[in-house]
Write a protein that binds this ligand. Structure first.
Ligand code: CP
Ligand code: NVA
Length: 339
């Protein structure tokens, strides 16, 4: 799609519904081609730099494998590996990298940093997560929803996002719903609701696209009859560990557990999680928090529900690869219609 060529991928609101749909369809095609070992390499001789100022498993691996599959070369710069912002301005860094690479992936803190990078780079910049948005994740989630409900359009699908509804995942879900008409319910205590102005903007756009968006504190109202329930960690990367005490108090009734599943009244309801998830005590932090707050099975999701829905959740993870590959091809290759 020519409108995507040479564009940065910073947040979903920068795109039209047709562009998002194009990326979902391209991801699906690329997924099939890879499975059938029929993938064509479109990114030979392209150099890509990945800047991660926060930890990552999925996003880094998805960018690297997408690049390798497509014949591109990758440089990984982890936390503390660059001069960015400390000894060298974001502007100068953008200019330097633009002389060597064809695209920049950036994961970091304030979204302003990636806006400046994109403004001063002459090559596409892809958002691998900022405090405000995680668009490559939500593109994978939209693909996953479409794969599970292939007969429905996104505006016929309903999803309840439960938990911290004021983070990068919920913000980006709001943007996805605004553009595609996906019916989204944010189910969270008022203290964890999104910025009012941003919410109103998304709700208005959603109405124009024949979708519905609502915020509710009431779990029963929020999850009734939904196709999907989506959750994320209750304290995000970069937030202070001290927040756990408050968040657990606020969010414990928004945990995905058997009771919540019953309240959906949909025996086919599917569960989504962007991962990493605290669903057992097999992580250092998960164990520490569970023991401190006397949580016997999981934090934002119980272990049994996680296990029951793990196929969907790990499909979501795999879809990070196919959707990121679609973004790389669409933004780096001028005539990619035949992909
Ligand atoms: N979901 C996600 O972005 O995972 P990583 O932090 O492992 O990249
Ligand atoms: N909200 C989470 C998303 C992780 C993929 C975080 O920023 O830590």
């Amino acid at each position: 799609m020519s409108t995507l060529y040479n564009r940065s991928f910073l947040r979903l609101l920068d795109f039209k519904n047709s562009e998002i749909q194009y990326l979902i369809n391209l991801s699906s095609k690329l997924k099939k081609l890879k499975k059938n070992e029929k993938e064509t390499q479109y990114l030979k001789k392209k150099n890509i730099v990945l800047i991660f100022e926060k930890e990552s498993t999925r996003t880094r691996c998805a960018f690297e494998v997408a690049a390798f599959d497509q014949g591109a070369n990758v440089t990984y710069l982890g936390p503390g590996n660059t001069h960015l912002g400390y000894k060298e301005s974001i502007i100068d860094t953008a200019k330097v990298l633009s002389r060597m690479y064809h695209g920049i992936e950036y994961r970091g803190h304030n979204h302003n940093i990636i806006n400046i990078l994109a403004k001063f780079a002459t090559i596409p910049v892809w958002n691998g997560l900022t405090d405000q948005f995680h668009p490559t994740q939500i593109l994978a989630d939209l693909l996953t929803m479409q794969e599970i409900l292939p007969k429905k359009k996104l505006r016929e699908i309903s999803c309840a996002y439960v938990g911290d509804a004021n983070n990068n995942i919920s913000n980006t879900m709001l943007e996805a719903a605004a553009i595609t008409g996906l019916n989204l319910r944010l189910v969270a205590p008022k203290q964890c609701w999104p910025n009012k102005q941003f919410f109103s903007q998304c709700r208005l756009m959603s109405k124009e696209n024949k979708g519905t968006i609502l915020c509710t504190e009431n779990v029963e109202e929020g999850v009734k009859n939904v196709d999907f329930i989506y959750t994320d960690v209750w304290v995000s990367m970069g937030e202070c560990d001290k927040l756990w005490t408050d968040r657990i108090q606020l969010l414990k009734k928004y945990q995905i557990n058997n009771n919540m599943i019953k309240l959906t009244k949909n025996k086919n309801v599917k569960i989504l999680h962007c991962l990493p998830a605290f669903h057992d005590k097999n992580t250092i932090l998960g164990k520490k928090i569970s023991e401190k707050f006397n949580l016997c099975s999981g934090i934002e999701i119980t272990h049994s529900i996680f296990e029951k829905h793990s196929n969907t959740i790990f499909e979501q993870s795999e879809n990070r690869l196919h959707t990121i590959k679609a973004i790389l091809i669409a933004t780096l290759i001028k005539n990619n219609y035949s992909c």
